[in-house]
Design a binder for this molecule. Sequence first.
Ligand code: PLP
Length: 391
Amino acid sequence: MKTNRLETQLIHAAGTDEKTGAVNVPIYLSSTYHQADFEEFGPFDYSRSGNPTRQKLEETIAKLENGTRGFAFASGMAAISSAFMLLSAGDHVLVSEDVYGGTFRFVTEVLPRFGISYSFVDMTDLSEMAAAFQENSKVVYIETPSNPVMKITDIEIAAKLAKANDCLTFVDNTFMTPLYQNPLDLGADLVLHSATKFLSGHSDIIAGLAVTKDPELSSRLGFIQNTFGSVLGAQDSYSLIQGIKTLGSRLKQSSASARIIADYLHTHPAIEEVYYPGFRFHPGNPIHERQATGAGAVLSFRLADKAAAKTFVESLQIPIFAVSLGAVETILSYPATMSHASMPKEEREKRGITDGVLRLSVGLEHADDLLEDLEQALQKVRRTHPAELVK
Ligand SMILES: *Cc1c(COP(=O)(O)O)cnc(C)c1O
């Protein structure tokens, strides 16, 4: 059978309701299920273990990521934490050095209490990565592009290196979504999403997804999902299925605007640096173009210091100033006190996340309105902080 392009799959992957033909998946608000037969139980028994609405979502994400099994969790962090629960005391993990702040917190503050050690690695440097493996290493955990400085890791090579060292490869694919990057096709074993972001797209739900390919790993993660129990509810599963349908046009539109904004910021004298994987001169660009089909809708940039960042944020009219990303509205965040607040200042600055860095997740507003808003705010920065005139 012909496999449709992802934009088409996004619309139809969840399918119609087999019983009624309803075009939308029904929301099954039921914790438990009557068993008609004393001996032979039906496919559902209890909604922590399985819910028909959640199951449609899980089948959908599995198809979109070219996996065999999907899992829906109560948040991205619930998905990520559950994935790490595949490990046991005595194991060691290699983690991308600039991972999401919540993942950093889990790895550094929770895993050690269960006897699991870690090494943070600059995965753009394959020799550094190769040298970080230990006898007891079990997982290589990748985020690419990384957050917020958009470093690119070669998933295919990292996964090969992981395999050669008997490690599984986990990839947080939140920034790219299955529309632009399919880590399982590149050799990864497990893909994770904060579906709170682009997949749902409307800043309305908190959700996480995981996808596996190997049947044995699938059943191990299924066991953790049911045992740990941080599953996604039926109503949020429904919202997420609806969000996924429009991912194609949302992400393409936002990404097109992000490119225009990145080009504009790059030439602006008040901006010291722009982090955007779509730039030809971005050091990770050749790898990114090989493994992903789009640059995405998130970019970061650096103003001179905290005072400049404050003036800039306070002068903007359109973007929401908030944590999170991947929504219809443009969201501006300040990583130092938001996404990376749980990372000590020293660690943060080592990773390039200085007090002048801001992250912009471009939404669906008209690009010209966003540009005009950025321009007036940057003019204010230049008037208020004349030192930034020098570039
Ligand atoms: C937001 C985010 C997470 C955490 O997801 P939640 O849904 O907030 O729990 C993990 N990874 C990345 C890259 C994120 O942006």
